[in-house]
Design a protein around this ligand. Structure first.
Ligand code: PHE
Length: 345
């Protein structure tokens, strides 16, 4: 080993000017690779006389550290050039691509429901998620202390006043706002998120989504309600779907009913989804109680109307035979990706 040999590598390193990542990598191999010039000097170092070891050892180590630092510096510069778009590496390399998101199953079904009712001439109305007691309960014929309030366990934001703030338990509150604001006749649907203080299980969640509907005009009858629901169900579940109405109770409708749709899995024969009955419950509905119309300044002698409300997750579960509501909220990509193709619907 001679001083000249070492000096030559130092000069080469000084003159090194690699611009692209590829050139930097080639330089690294040239200097520090298995057959690189610095590696070769280290090989030779093993054979030199012991009295020179200290001197040359130090010089070689300094050289190696400098080479590593310089190559690292050049690599960073090359990467920055690529990141800032100053350098285009290899145009034939595959691009990094964009991961496109897809729509959530709840939003797909919400859109489907909205589209069906839009076709029937309904407008979409939205309202606040943090509501007051008046819009969620009182204007809907739930007086304070009425036992029907127990049907919807409520999250209160500020309790204790006359008109406390709370998280809406249904989007019927938006129907009240529609009655306050819109001119008659009214034909709206109200999609949105609702909140109930329920224990989370396969069939219940403290957050879910609803679409509620309201139609108020002169001479609206229960037959109109039944026909509107039948048309919706046929659009949603297929032309051969049937409905069944069972008497029920809601403070804001009279008479009230719950609607079942014929099971689209076993077609009425009975299966474990419909628990052997052939029917699946999908919504509540009824004729708007005259008290509700009057509370919202509508003449109940002249006008009548119907209202209905359904849970979007419930419809989505039936449509795709999902057996656990919690899947909709956990955002497991394996679950969500199953609905990618549903976008084309
Ligand atoms: N608001 C009711 C609920 O959330 C559903 C409903 C709406 C029932 C309209 C009748 C009429 O359970």
């Amino acid at each position: 080993m001679t001083n000249e040999q070492i000096q030559q590598v130092i000069d080469e390193l000084k003159a090194l000017n690699a611009k692209t990542a590829k050139e930097v990598e080639e330089a690294r191999i040239r200097f520090l690779g298995k057959k690189g010039s610095i590696t070769a000097l280290f090989e030779e170092f093993r054979t030199i006389a012991p009295e020179y070891k200290k001197l040359y050892g130090k010089a070689l180590n300094v050289l190696k550290q400098e080479a590593i630092a310089k190559i690292e510096e050049l690599r960073e510069a090359a990467e920055n050039d690529i990141a800032s778009g100053r350098a285009v590496e290899d145009m034939s390399l595959p691009g990094s691509g964009y991961e496109l998101g897809s729509r959530h199953p709840v939003s797909i079904v919400r859109q489907e429901i909205v589209d069906i009712f839009r076709k029937f001439g309904y407008d979409v109305a939205e309202g606040p998620e943090i509501e007051d007691d008046w819009h969620v309960f009182e204007a809907l014929n739930f007086p304070p202390n009425h036992p029907a309030r127990d049907m919807q366990d409520t999250f209160f934001v500020s309790a204790g006043h006359k008109n406390p703030l709370l998280l809406r338990t249904h989007t019927s509150s938006v129907q009240v706002r529609a009655m306050e604001k819109l001119k008659l006749p009214i034909r709206v649907i109200c999609p949105g998120r609702v909140f109930r203080n329920e224990a989370i299980s396969a069939r219940a969640h403290c957050i879910f989504h609803q679409v509620e509907g309201l139609y108020i005009d002169e001479n609206v009858t229960f037959a109109d309600l039944k026909q509107a629901i039948l048309l919706f169900v046929r659009e949603m579940f297929g032309a051969d779907a049937k409905i069944r109405m069972r008497p029920s109770y809601f403070p804001f409708t009279e008479p009230s009913s719950e609607v079942d749709v014929s099971c689209n899995i076993c077609h009425g024969k009975g299966c474990n989804i419909c628990k052997g009955t052939g029917w699946l419950e999908i919504m509540g509905c009824g004729m708007v109680d005259p008290n509700v119309l009057e509370a919202n300044g509508i003449d109940s002698k002249k006008y009548s109307g119907f209202a209905f409300g359904m849970g979007i997750e419930r419809i989505a579960m039936l449509k795709w035979q999902v057996n656990d509501l919690r899947h909709y909220f956990e955002n497991d990509l394996r679950f969500l990706h199953e609905f990618d193709s549903a976008l084309e619907v």
